[in-house]
Ligand binder design. Structure first.
Ligand SMILES: *[C@@H]1O[C@H](CO)[C@@H](O)[C@H](O)[C@H]1NC(C)=O
Ligand SMILES: *[C@@H]1O[C@H](CO)[C@@H](O)[C@H](O)[C@H]1NC(C)=O
Ligand SMILES: *[C@@H]1O[C@H](CO)[C@@H](O)[C@H](O)[C@H]1NC(C)=O
Ligand SMILES: *[C@@H]1O[C@H](CO)[C@@H](O)[C@H](O)[C@H]1NC(C)=O
Ligand SMILES: *[C@@H]1O[C@H](CO)[C@@H](O)[C@H](O)[C@H]1NC(C)=O
Ligand SMILES: *[C@@H]1O[C@H](CO)[C@@H](O)[C@H](O)[C@H]1NC(C)=O
Ligand SMILES: *[C@@H]1O[C@H](CO)[C@@H](O)[C@H](O)[C@H]1NC(C)=O
Ligand SMILES: *[C@@H]1O[C@H](CO)[C@@H](O)[C@H](O)[C@H]1NC(C)=O
Length: 554
């Protein structure tokens, strides 16, 4: 019984010794890590369990150097508390003695980046094995706000390979912050031949990190609407924080796939004399595109996306083509519009408007009208009668209309030309005359114009138009009579003097000669008298008839 009790006691003691026994360690508890912003105060707690009071304890603080050596910072026992001299911490540390509660706290002021080390708390006592605990000190610095910079030039979709898009920069963080690229709301990861992110980081002399990242991409047209930004993540005590840059967009240069050309002004229909402005536009923005406008009718070519035609005429009609050539690829696309110049009618006047024409003749009146659309031409007389058009032909720039009018009396005729842009009219005045040349002359010439109807109308119009010409002819008639009378008197005088001469001569030369001459004389004398009477009668008669003479023909 005693043996069994003693055995169980021994086991109990052994178990006890294992934990609390003379060779048991002092139990020391510390946090794995203590996190603190640079410049702040770090408190590293060391908790221990010992059977002895604090007075029996020796507590020492160490840190582990980069070389892995333990460097003592602080020593304390029941009588002394000594910070180790000559360490980076000497002036910045203190240790709070809360002894009875089994806890000491190492306080480090103004924590530096270099303080990011492992700290050791070593607790010893006389009766127990020493115990130690370790804590890593983590130091943090919030980086400055990140910045983003997009490339300032446009990026062509025709660029070979990947093009630089933008770069992000975040400075003075600790530990190293991370940069993540976003397109719209999607993080970008490296993809062969599509996306390449180039990060880089530098450690400043302060120990802080500056991190930058450059985004390269194969740009497509759709990227013109994309927004890019960077997200920066960085650690802080107890967690992770994140900031974002502002959004940027990029200028994507892409060739046109469609081109349109249009008449920008005037807005409505084009009239002759207008200034016509043609505009050409592609749906691309590539600076290596060349635009030309050409006129297919004339083959003229202009450079540029705008063409101003001044004072347009129908010669400007036709198709205008806008061509865009992309120099990178030499691809060409075209667009077409047509120009159509309208003009109000304009009757060209080189033509005689005041005419004289003999009664019975036909006269051709012609109206040469410019205008587009082709004007319609109507001919009317002053009494409102429409004259049938003889010929009508469309010309290069309008219409040529001709009417043939038979002259029966004075005529006023109108040529009226109209299209939707206006009206023009011209008046022809035809004076009907009686022709005073010889009948032979009249007949032949009249036949050339109107062969059949010549004589009849002339007689009908006679009454109306005969009076003024008659006066002229009476004057002429008197002159003729006077001339005839003078001639007769002259003839009589000659006859008288001849007879007198012959009479004188007959006395010398005998009768025979005298006889002959007398015969001649008498016959001539008769003729003269007849002529005289005939002439006067004829002249008056002919005048009334309007017929031509001459008495000599009879
Ligand atoms: C340590 O001591 C200082 C000053 O005595 C005190 O302000 C601080 O709160 C103490 N720290 C702890 C953890 O007790
Ligand atoms: C790109 O940025 C400019 C200037 O900030 C802005 O005017 C434009 O609207 C943006 N374009 C798009 C597609 O967001
Ligand atoms: C930064 O990226 C590295 C590698 O992906 C990662 O281990 C680290 O946790 C990241 N840091 C932050 C602050 O996100
Ligand atoms: C110009 O285009 C018009 C309309 O297609 C066509 O009728 C005309 O023949 C063209 N002229 C030339 C010179 O190609
Ligand atoms: C327009 O053209 C017409 C016909 O060629 C000409 O008479 C006129 O002077 C021109 N006007 C201007 C402003 O050039
Ligand atoms: C033709 O023009 C004249 C002169 O302008 C005008 O008096 C006449 O009414 C017009 N006739 C027609 C049919 O338009
Ligand atoms: C008379 O007729 C001829 C031939 O038709 C013509 O040449 C001439 O001008 C006319 N004279 C008058 C006054 O009409
Ligand atoms: C018509 O008469 C004129 C004189 O009035 C004359 O000179 C001309 O030769 C005549 N013509 C013809 C064809 O008879």
């Amino acid at each position: 019984m005693a043996v069994r009790d003693a055995a169980s006691l021994l086991v109990g003691l052994l178990i006890l010794c294992h934990t609390w026994g003379a060779w048991a360690n002092i139990e020391v508890n510390m946090e794995d890590r203590v996190e603190v912003f640079r410049g702040d105060t770090a408190q590293i707690a060391c908790m221990f369990k010992s059977s002895e009071g604090i007075g029996a304890m020796i507590i020492q603080w160490f840190y582990v150097t980069w070389l892995g050596e333990k460097q003592r910072l602080y020593y304390q026992d029941s009588t002394t508390k000594i910070p180790e001299r000559g360490t980076p911490f000497t002036d910045r540390i203190s240790v709070n003695d809360t002894g009875a509660s089994g806890e000491v706290v190492l306080t480090i002021n103004n924590v530096q980046l270099a303080d990011e080390l492992e700290f050791i708390c070593l607790v010893k006592s006389l009766s127990e094995a020493p115990g130690e605990g370790r804590t890593k000190l983590k130091v943090f610095e919030t980086p400055e706000l990140p910045t983003i910079q997009g490339v300032q030039t446009g990026i062509s979709v025709n660029d070979d390979g990947l093009s630089p898009i933008a770069s992000c920069l975040v400075t003075n963080g600790f530990p190293k912050p991370n940069i993540t690229w976003y397109r719209n709301h999607t993080p970008l990861r490296n993809i062969d031949d599509e996306v390449k992110v180039n990060p880089s980081s530098t450690s400043e002399s302060t120990g802080l990190y500056t991190v930058s990242s450059q985004l390269n991409m194969k740009v497509v047209k759709a990227n013109k609407d994309d927004q890019f930004y960077c997200e920066v993540t960085y650690f802080v005590p107890g967690g992770i924080r994140m900031t974002e840059t502002n959004r940027i967009n990029i200028t994507v240069l892409y060739p046109s796939t469609e081109v349109s050309i249009w008449v920008d002004s005037p807005k409505g229909k084009i009239k002759e004399g207008d200034v016509v402005e043609l505009h050409c536009q592609g749906n691309g923005n590539s600076p290596t595109e060349i635009m030309t406008i050409s006129h297919n009718q004339t083959g003229q070519i202009w450079d540029g996306k705008m063409l101003e035609l001044h004072n347009v005429t129908r010669l400007h009609n036709g198709q205008y083509q806008c061509g865009i050539v992309e120099l990178d690829t030499m691809e060409e696309i075209r667009g077409v519009t047509s120009v159509f110049v309208n003009c109000p009618p304009k009757i060209m006047e080189q033509e005689h408007k005041d005419l004289e024409e003999s009664v019975g003749n036909a006269v051709d009146l012609s109206c040469n009208v410019r205008g587009f659309p082709a004007p319609s031409v109507t001919w009317t007389t002053s009494d409102g009668k429409v004259i049938e058009t003889a010929t009508k032909e469309e010309t290069e720039d309008g219409v040529h209309s001709v009417v043939s009018i038979e002259v029966t009396s004075d005529i006023t005729a109108f040529c009226n030309a109209t299209n939707e842009y206006g009206t023009d009219a011209v008046t022809f005045a035809i004076k009907a005359t009686i022709n005073t040349t010889t009948p032979a002359n009249t007949t032949t010439t009249t036949t050339t114009t109107t062969s059949t109807t010549t004589p009849m109308p002339s007689s009908t119009v006679k009454a109306k138009t005969a009076i003024p010409p008659k006066k002229i002819k009476q004057g002429e008639g008197r002159g003729v009579i006077i001339a005839v009378v003078i001639i007769c008197i002259l003839l009589l005088a000659i006859l008288g003097s001849t007879l007198y001469f012959l009479y004188k001569k007959g006395k010398i030369c005998g009768r025979s000669g005298k006889q002959d001459l007398t015969k001649e004389k008498s016959s001539k004398d008769n003729i003269v008298v007849e002529m005289k009477s005939d002439n006067t009668e004829e002249a008056v008669l002919l005048e009334v008839n309007g017929e031509k003479r001459p008495p000599s023909d009879q």
